[in-house]
Design a protein around this ligand. Structure first.
Ligand code: AMP
Ligand code: MG
Length: 283
């Protein structure tokens, strides 16, 4: 079975000096094989992911405090939903806590922007998934000047401090930015308009957002420059190949779970006594 030449956590991690303009969204760092080998690799990785997730869940049930949070960002059509379906879909749904963040409701607007995020953080034993996140508060909000500059400027540091607090509480944060090329996005939006089974994914506003592409690139660059920290680094995933993006995110998630190094919780009862009690009962 073909393997990664270099793992995504090494090739995709955002370090100092990262330049989004130099990223080729059609590239497949660390993977020298094709699509069908990639899909097999994802399925295989899914078995491991599922086993690790069960340990995390068992740990949470036994008083453990660990959890994992996958933050998904990207432009429309970048494939956030596909990651949820094809990667998160490989694990037991009872261990997953998924939240999608859209335009804040009136109630959400009346409170601090991180409040709805705090309320959605994964509880011990769970994999939390954010389909969009607090980063919208420095992306769409910055691009459309939904709050004054001095307000969003302060948010980068605030987000770093918030994430530090979350990590210190036992949650591993995996931040993924899915990057499609403008051409691929256009093709995907066009497909949504061609197919009645995809109309529901289309929003006329998507075309207006697309028209602001350079401003979004700038806003993403600022996010990557200012919030890829030691405690919660960003991974930029080239996403023109959906299968590549999925296998890369699957592997990032797996490695985050491997790092927890969880064993199975020991029995909090006497196994021999319980065997004897069970055996003493009629068949
Ligand atoms: P979608 O993920 O395609 O269903 O769309 C959700 C929409 O909600 C996107 O257009 C986001 O930009 C928007 N959104 C998410 N968070 C915020 C926020 N904090 N402020 C304003 N708009 C947001
Ligand atoms: Mg959308």
């Amino acid at each position: 079975m073909p393997k990664w030449t270099t793992l995504p956590r090494e090739t995709l991690r955002v370090g100092a000096g990262f330049d989004l303009a130099e990223l080729d969204p059609s590239s497949r760092p660390g993977w020298d094989h094709g699509r069908s080998a990639g899909e097999k690799r994802l399925a295989k990785n899914g078995e491991r992911l599922s086993a690790l997730q069960e340990r995390l869940f068992a740990d949470g049930r036994s008083g453990g405090t660990r959890s994992v949070l996958l933050v998904l960002q990207g432009m429309d059509t970048a494939g956030k939903g596909g990651i949820v379906r094809h990667v998160i879909g490989l694990v037991d749904p009872q261990g997953v806590q998924l939240h999608s963040f859209g335009v804040p409701t009136e109630k959400e607007r009346s409170q601090h922007y991180l409040q709805r995020i705090r309320e959605a953080l994964p509880t011990p034993g769970h994999i939390g998934v954010f389909d969009r996140s607090h980063y919208e508060d420095v992306l769409v909000v910055r691009v459309n000047e939904l709050v004054p500059r001095d307000v969003w400027e302060e948010r980068y540091d605030e987000i770093n401090a918030f994430e530090k607090e979350v990590v210190d509480g036992g949650t591993t944060i995996v931040k993924v930015a899915l990057m499609v090329s403008p051409a691929e996005q256009k093709a995907r939006l066009r497909e949504r308009l061609e197919r009645p089974d995809k109309y529901w994914k289309y929003n006329p506003g998507d075309v207006d957002v697309r028209a602001q592409w350079p401003l979004y690139q700038e806003a993403y660059q600022a996010v990557l420059d200012r919030t890829s920290t030691e405690h919660a680094p960003w991974y930029v995933v080239p996403a023109d190949s959906k299968w590549y993006a999925r296998m890369a995110v699957g592997r990032l998630l797996r490695d985050a779970l491997e790092d927890l190094d969880l064993g199975w919780p020991p029995a909090d009862f006497d196994v021999e006594v319980e065997k004897a009690r069970l055996d003493a009962q009629p068949t």
